[in-house]
Design a protein around this ligand. Structure first.
Ligand code: MLT
Length: 266
């Protein structure tokens, strides 16, 4: 469905229902449909809401500057429009950066966090250079070129192989994102602040998840976040790379289900 937020249309999938609200933010350069196995698989224990960040999927392009903090404010404004007070906020990779920014900016709206294949640290000088190269590539050749560059690292070799349905689905999802959205998001990723200190102040229960075979953000990052966040638990999922929610949805959903069991339904 599409809802109006600050005069712009935002696309989201909202399962409705009475469970704890679990709001999910996609990674780069993906959209809310990357959470399809969670909207279908967790609707009996949570009100699952997967949202498109501005410019991605079915959401209108952003009007103002594009930063990770602005994405976090967009999530807050979307919660307001949906009538959601406090939520469990989950994000994969870039979505995790947004969730950590949300914690810095809107901690009173959080009931819990699910941080998936993400990292607290900012980009290194080398990573910033790689972002600039990716921006140039996206400008010249569009989202498809970025998709082609990323696909081999998003999935384990079995699923990244030519002809695999997951590979095909993710390539289509990434390739469909508008060029300007991808360029702007890469700038936001490059310039995001370091969350290493702020995550130590997270006061809500937090589930940190990583695919055991993630080459983009290795599981050592998840272990470090788990060590830094006081009330956190860690799940390293075998057989998955950067997107365990799509690659091993059964074990991913089991980890989230067990984490959510501690939350009152209202
Ligand atoms: C993502 O999956 O969202 C990106 O890989 C994040 C990043 O490049 O830092």
């Amino acid at each position: 469905m599409r809802i109006e937020v600050n005069g712009r249309q935002v696309a989201c999938d909202d399962t409705g229902g009475a469970g704890v609200p679990l709001v999910l933010v996609h990674g780069f350069p993906l959209d809310r449909t990357v959470w399809a196995d969670q909207t279908s698989g967790l609707a009996d224990v949570a009100r699952v809401v997967a949202i498109d960040l501005p410019g991605f999927g079915g959401s209108d392009a952003p009007l103002g500057p594009v930063t990770v903090d602005a994405y976090a404010d967009h999530v807050r404004d979307t919660l307001d429009a949906l009538g959601l007070g406090t939520v469990v906020l989950g994000g994969v990779s870039m979505g995790g950066y947004v969730a950590m920014a949300f914690h810095r900016r809107h901690p009173a709206r959080l009931r819990g966090l699910v941080l998936v294949d993400t990292r607290a640290g900012a980009d290194s000088a080398e990573a910033k250079k790689a972002r600039d190269a990716a921006i140039a590539l996206a400008r010249a050749e569009g989202a498809g070129a970025i998709a082609a560059q990323m696909i081999g690292k998003l999935l384990t070799p079995a699923h990244a192989a030519e002809g695999d349905p997951l590979r095909t689905r993710l390539l289509a999802m990434m390739g469909a994102q508008p060029r300007e959205t991808v360029v702007a998001a890469l700038g936001a990723l490059r310039d995001r602040p370091d969350a290493s200190a702020s995550i130590r102040t997270i006061a809500v229960p937090t589930l940190v998840v990583s695919g055991a075979d993630d080459l983009i953000i290795p599981p050592t990052e998840a272990a470090a976040m788990h060590a830094a966040i006081p009330a956190s638990r860690l799940a390293i999922l075998p057989g998955a790379a950067h997107l365990p929610n799509v690659e091993t949805p059964g074990q991913f959903n089991a980890a989230v289900r067990s984490f959510l069991a501690a939350f009152p339904t209202r």
